[in-house]
Design a protein around this ligand. Sequence first.
Ligand code: GLC
Length: 480
Amino acid sequence: MRILYVTGEAFPFCKTGGLADVAGSLPPALAKNGDQVAVILPLYGQIGQQWRQQMTFRRYIYVDLGWRHEYCGLFSLESRGVTWYFVDNEHYFARPRLYGEFDDGERFAFFSKAVIDLMPSLDWMPDVLHCNDWQTALVPIYLKDVATRWPEVRRIRTVFTIHNIEYQGKYGPETVEDLFGLNRGWYDGGILRMDGCVNLMKAAMLTANAVTTVSPTYARQLHDPAYACGLEQVVQLIDYKLSGVLNGLDMESFDPAHDASLPQTYDPDHMEGKAVCKRELQRQLGLAQEPDTPLTAIVSRLVGHKGMDLVCQGLGGIMATGCQLVVLGQGEPQFEDTFRWAQSRWPGRVSAQITYSDNLSRRVYGAADLFLMPSRSEPCGLSQLIAMRYGAVPIVRQTGGLNDTVRSCQVGQPDGNGYVFSACTAHDLCQTLGQAVGLYRGDRLGFDTVRRRGMTEDFGWGRSAGAYRRIYQDLSRRNH
Ligand code: GLC
């Protein structure tokens, strides 16, 4: 099968969040199964010279969008069994940020339309277009729209994956014709319309042949108004074509046995290196050099839906467990400030690294004994998987993908790989962290068993790639 994966970001070229990791690792995993796979994404200004040097210019076309007639270049490079296509238009993509620009609607409408118009210029016409999040939500709609005049594309099936339902792409009704270049019927008929606005995510959910999200638990939670951000009725309507496929982890990139960022590598049978990682990080970050004090880490965007308010409220309780705390990330100023304050309030025991750094994050995972991830909502989550792989026992809230990957080793659970709490309160967070610290201090062998379970589990992409493949195959079978 020929699959074109459409995304707003992909690691290692550009990244703002977990979508980039998925788009960077799922397509190569699909290609390993024998399918032909290509990825298409915007050629952002942020994409570095080391990648541009490897790109070949393929051709250019002009893309029509409403009254606009825009230059659109196509570059490509080959890597890990996949062709990576880049859509060039400097006016739209040479910007300070990937998203968050005043004209994001226009930028990603251009990108989505370009994907459709460029299809005949690719090495092959796809059987499946796999789109992700609101930035590419117009692709299934444009495809249906052009299919009325372009019969060859009628056989192409579309998959739409929701990585986070919070960002839906909402615009005023006047954008339908002027900005998106679509017939007003797409709005009046109710596909694009939601609460008096254009809602791109809703339209993709209705139009795509299959809708997936990134964990089975999140797929269930999307029926609940508390998680669906207003789209619960749409979810109900498309339930027959909705499924949850758990994301994987790039087991090669995230491997403490071969991670060049670590001061010393280690594996489940040779854990001495982890002690070195801990000592080194304590030294570098000015924490007390105490090998037997459990080191708790948070690596996260510092925002409310990641549960940072619970951590800030619970700081007293967290420190009362006797652990050390390292926080790495950036986000809302009130959380950044609270963690900076905590560092001065508990010198030698708290370190606030208010920055984004891939290298430092790996050293933090390498050093940590415990990993705190108290998300209010978490479609899948990657950090808990990295933490387990690096031997940091995760303490997570029971939601979304956290619920599908962390098994609680609280009373009566013999195969636990972490700790889980369900109520969204600082009290429950601290109590659960207290239990984990208790195990670390009171029963180190027991703790090491839990740690080892996480380190040896297979979180690789194989299983998920198989699940997507079945979805693609089902769709193309239904075609005939
Ligand atoms: C979003 C979600 C996160 C998920 C990622 C990749 O960033 O918030 O939970 O892991 O997408 O699917």
